[in-house]
Design a protein around this ligand. Structure first.
Ligand SMILES: *Cc1c(COP(=O)(O)O)cnc(C)c1O
Length: 383
């Protein structure tokens, strides 16, 4: 097969256009930090924290080194440790469950809903037992997981909102309903730093204070550790870059939503869009459920049991795709001691076999999106 011409390639993700547009502002922000010689915490981080608190609609935001450390520091602030159980989803990035396990607590996986792929709220509520200390739902792909079923259950909720900055459900923003919300500014997230960065959000001043202590070695005063912490601090350079990008959040999320609508229109036209059940039998393609609330389409994830064939066909056309996630968390070697087996979480396992994320980012050109859609349609029409 001949190579696709370079101009027709569609990368899965591309920051070039975003950074070209913001280049001068980003360089000015870097220069400001360089000239201040203040690289750890300080004014830039505090200003960034205020911006994120406002965007999420909470009283406090605490800048940390990554989304992973946001989860770890949040669970530490709640005192999660050995003997505790923490309920979470098997369909997420490794960090969601590893933050629990690293503290000596037991991740208790509960299957996802087949359509939203978020933690099934009724099953999560039913799984609460005497040792349950917290629930960590994940707002997967930019859609808010429903929390109502267990909001009043008397266990702490730590929202993994790494993929959902700006998303909302029933008028509440991701990261604003649980006791703590965890965000990542990994460069590919809806707002990305120029490296690793994260944020913890909360309305509880006491929890905010604890997370601030935890990110600086548990120190309440200098050289006095009130509790065991770590170095989970956000750098001033990253905070300054984030302050350049955060004002664009709403516009970028709107662009992602518009792309999702465009995919839907392009793909639906050809009559290949079917139900989840049919797509699972190799008959057509299931599109992501938009459900209620404001989805911010961190990913646009379609489903088909022909996923690997479709992915290869798109790759041959120079179109990048990704699989989130090819292996559910309960089947990772790192969690082997939990003793789980294939078949225990059928909805998450079916998703792992069928999901394919298509290119979506705010600057994705309309003609590139049309080319991806045409290639998908052609794949199904040829069968
Ligand atoms: C990205 C991500 C994380 C981890 O964030 P990092 O900043 O990469 O540490 C955690 N959970 C989910 C769901 C994520 O997508």
């Amino acid at each position: 097969m001949s190579e696709p011409p370079p101009g027709s390639r569609v990368p899965f993700f591309d920051l070039t256009a975003q950074h070209a547009a913001l280049r001068d502002e980003l360089l000015a922000a870097m220069a400001r930090v360089l000239d201040s010689s203040r690289f750890i915490l300080g004014d830039e981080v505090e200003a960034c924290e205020r911006d994120v608190a406002r965007a999420v609609g909470v009283a406090h935001a605490v800048g940390v080194s990554s989304g992973t450390d946001a989860l770890l520091a949040s669970l530490m602030a709640l005192g999660v440790g050995p003997g505790d159980e923490v309920i979470t989803t098997p369909l997420s990035f490794i960090a969601t469950a590893s933050a629990i396990a690293r503290l000596g607590a037991r991740p208790v996986f509960v299957d996802v809903e087949p359509d939203t792929l978020c933690l099934d709220p009724a099953s999560a509520r039913a799984a609460i037992g005497p040792a349950t200390r917290a629930i960590v739902p994940v707002h997967l792909f930019g859609r808010c997981a429903a929390l109502d079923a267990y909001l009043d259950a008397g266990v702490s909720i730590v929202e993994d909102a790494a993929q959902a900055l700006g998303a909302s459900l029933d008028g509440a923003r991701a990261g604003s309903r649980g006791e703590l919300g965890c965000f990542s500014f990994f460069p590919t997230k809806n707002v990305g730093a120029l490296g690793d960065a994260g944020m913890v959000t909360t309305d509880d001043p006491e929890l905010a204070r604890k997370v601030r202590e935890l990110r600086s070695q548990g120190q309440r005063e200098r050289h006095h550790a009130a509790r065991l912490g770590g170095n989970f601090r956000l750098d001033a350079l990253q905070a300054a870059a984030l302050r350049v990008k955060l004002p664009h959040l709403a516009r970028w999320n709107d662009a992602r939503r518009a792309h999702a609508r465009a995919y839907r229109a392009h793909l639906d036209r050809a009559g290949i869009v079917t139900s989840l059940e049919a797509a699972g039998r190799g008959q057509g393609l299931a599109l992501p459920d938009e459900g209620r609330g404001e989805h911010v389409f961190h990913q646009f994830v379609v489903r088909t049991s022909l996923r690997d064939e479709l992915r290869a066909a798109l790759s041959a056309r120079g179109i990048g795709t990704e699989i989130y996630y090819p292996l559910p968390l309960h089947l990772h070697g790192a969690f082997a001691s939990l003793g789980h087996r294939v078949g225990e979480f059928p909805n998450a396992e079916a998703a792992a076999r069928e999901v394919l994320a298509l290119p979506i980012y705010p600057e994705l050109p309309g003609e590139a999106l049309a080319r991806v859609s045409d290639a998908v349609v052609e794949f199904f029409e040829r069968r």
